[in-house]
Design a protein around this ligand. Structure first.
Ligand code: ZN
Length: 252
């Protein structure tokens, strides 16, 4: 990945109708962490995208699919861990959608955290409706992780910061009513970027990685700094965050 690029730390490339054109449009400006929801999807996406310098396919076990994962899926996940750089999408979801599968989710997420080695893989983590538990588990694990599209209470943010966690913002977040509250609670130096495309939508439809500059502009306003300063902060944060995964040093 190019250290001068903004990094979209959470993008469902495989879910766009035209994944290859999304990837190509980002080539000169943006690096992409292409999250997956299962080891099966990870394998498929890696084959489909081939080797590209600005893409890292992340190995995931999506919380809302936890009840469908067999011991075989889990074994396959663990077999693939050594070859992946990022892990995600993983996490917990105790919202209405996920409440019924809470036990399965806890089983899968604990297994993932137990297998991942501190310093080896950055994680991008889902926490909807389960923020306190997610932050608690990650804090114990000592892993380098980003809370993606955080929608939880702002009073848990201090605990997340104490656990060393980062937060990734997407276009839907910066356009939401909660943005001003988030930008006050989350320090500038713990801020990263994501699209969560194609699920998060901006003004012109599903968010795309080459549009991350729009998120930087909103953050610049929120922080009351210039766009260039905001951009510099994000690049610094990316470098610092990735440097924590010492097993995979970030190219200088
Ligand atoms: Zn996602």
């Amino acid at each position: 990945m190019n250290p001068a690029h903004l990094i979209d730390t959470h993008c469902h490339i495989g879910a766009y109708g035209d994944p290859i054109s999304v990837v190509r449009a980002a080539e000169s400006t943006t690096s992409i962490v292409a999250v997956t929801e299962s080891p099966e999807e990870y394998r498929r996406l890696r084959t489909r995208l081939g080797r590209r310098d600005h893409i890292q396919v992340a190995l995931g076990l999506h919380p809302l699919r936890s009840h469908t994962f067999t011991p075989n899926d889990l074994a396959r996940f663990f077999r693939l861990v050594p070859e992946t750089t990022w892990i995600g999408e993983v996490g917990l979801d105790f919202s209405k959608q996920g409440r019924a599968t809470k036990k399965d989710q806890l089983r899968i997420f604990s297994a993932v955290l137990a297998e991942a080695q501190p310093g080896q893989h950055p994680l991008t983590v889902h926490s909807r409706g389960a923020e306190a538990d997610t932050i608690g588990f990650l804090g114990q694990s000592k892993l380098s992780a980003v809370l993606h599209w955080y929608t939880g209470p702002t009073n848990l943010i201090d605990a997340a910061l104490a656990a060393g966690l980062y937060f990734s913002y997407n276009i839907a977040m910066v356009r939401s009513k909660k943005f001003s509250e988030l930008v006050r609670a989350i320090p500038r130096d713990r801020t990263l970027l994501e699209t969560d495309g194609p699920f998060a939508r901006g003004q012109h439809g599903p968010a795309r990685p080459h549009q991350l500059e729009e998120v930087v502009s909103a953050l610049a306003l929120g922080w009351d700094v210039s766009h260039a300063d905001a951009n510099r902060s994000i690049l610094d944060n990316q470098r610092r965050f990735l440097a924590q995964t010492a097993g995979r040093p970030y190219p200088e």
